[in-house]
Ligand binder design. Structure first.
Ligand code: SPD
Length: 286
């Protein structure tokens, strides 16, 4: 049977959310209604109800997460590094005020304490209100939500964490410092002797220079560096990268999944995500 086509007589809102990636590329979602808009001390924050992807969280005009595909990003930024560490007990999430990464981190039974260092309390509040299934973990007894500058928090906590996850916005505005070599050096210092980190590092199609630089900077800071990929439909180009820096443990050594209730991650996906297309290998080898 061919595609089921929409009845063109049904009236539709003609309001579209459009994220301009650059002068030549945008992604668009038809909006059913605007649920929330505010200007926080750090950024603009909007929440929309969309037809295709459910609720959509937008910061400074960029898609942060949607109801329908958030699981891919949150599971892949958390479970690939969390499984790479044999026994992660103390975990820090920098950014990630919506709570999605924390929700995944606390699925690991070894976790005793998970700190969220988010600069903008408005993101946490909006997520609790409009994305309760994403923010659910923020109330867990092991979770400590700190509304602070993540860069300073990392600098102030040497030799503290087993795993640090950097769930930043795009490298503009408040997130610029989270993509710098100085910051990766602070992250290295905040990790215990066998600690490891992972960060979201944008699209290999749209952000090649950034990926090249970040890989070099993490590679100069950590003995082990690994870029890995996942497919996230609402992020520009759909192909998304994450970069891990590790003092000792290798993501290739993971043998099985320690968490059962995932929708994207499993041990096979873990290894598949490490396999890089040739044009992405070029970015990390140069
Ligand atoms: N271009 C999208 C980059 C967004 C990365 N962070 C999203 C936050 C979701 N927890």
């Amino acid at each position: 049977m061919p595609f089921e086509r929409r009845d063109t007589n049904v009236p539709q809102s003609n309001l579209w959310f459009t994220e301009l990636q650059n002068d030549n590329l945008s992604i668009g979602l038809r909006v059913e209604k605007t649920l929330h808009s505010e200007v926080t001390p750090y950024q603009t924050l909007d929440v929309y109800e969309t037809h295709q992807y459910g609720r959509l969280l937008v910061l400074d005009g960029c898609v942060m997460t949607t109801d329908k595909d958030e699981f891919v990003y949150h599971e892949m930024l958390s479970h690939v590094p969390m499984h790479t560490h044999p026994n992660p007990k103390n975990v820090l999430v920098v950014g990630g005020g919506d709570g999605g990464i924390i929700r995944e981190v606390i699925k690991h039974p070894s976790v005793e304490r998970a700190v969220l260092a988010e600069i903008d309390g408005a993101v946490v509040e909006a997520s609790k209100k409009y994305f309760p299934q994403i923010a659910a973990g923020l109330c867990d007894a092991r979770v400590d939500v700190q509304i602070v500058d993540g860069i300073k928090y990392v600098e102030d906590h040497p030799d503290t964490f087993d795993v640090i996850l950097i769930d930043s916005t795009d490298p503009i505005g408040p997130a610029v410092g989270l993509f710098s070599k100085n910051f990766y050096e602070s992250v290295y210092a905040a990790l215990k002797s066998d600690g490891l980190m992972a960060a979201q590092t944008e699209s290999p199609f749209a952000n090649q220079e950034l990926i090249r630089r970040v890989n070099q900077d993490i590679g100069k800071t950590f003995p082990i560096t690994q870029l890995y990929l996942a497919h996230i439909p609402t992020y520009p180009t759909g192909m998304w990268s994450f970069t891990m820096g590790s003092k000792v443990h290798r993501p290739q050594d993971v043998t099985e999944s320690r968490v059962k209730n995932t929708r994207y991650y499993n041990a096979q996906v873990h290894h598949a995500a490490l396999a890089l297309p040739e044009f992405v290998k070029e970015l990390v080898q140069s």
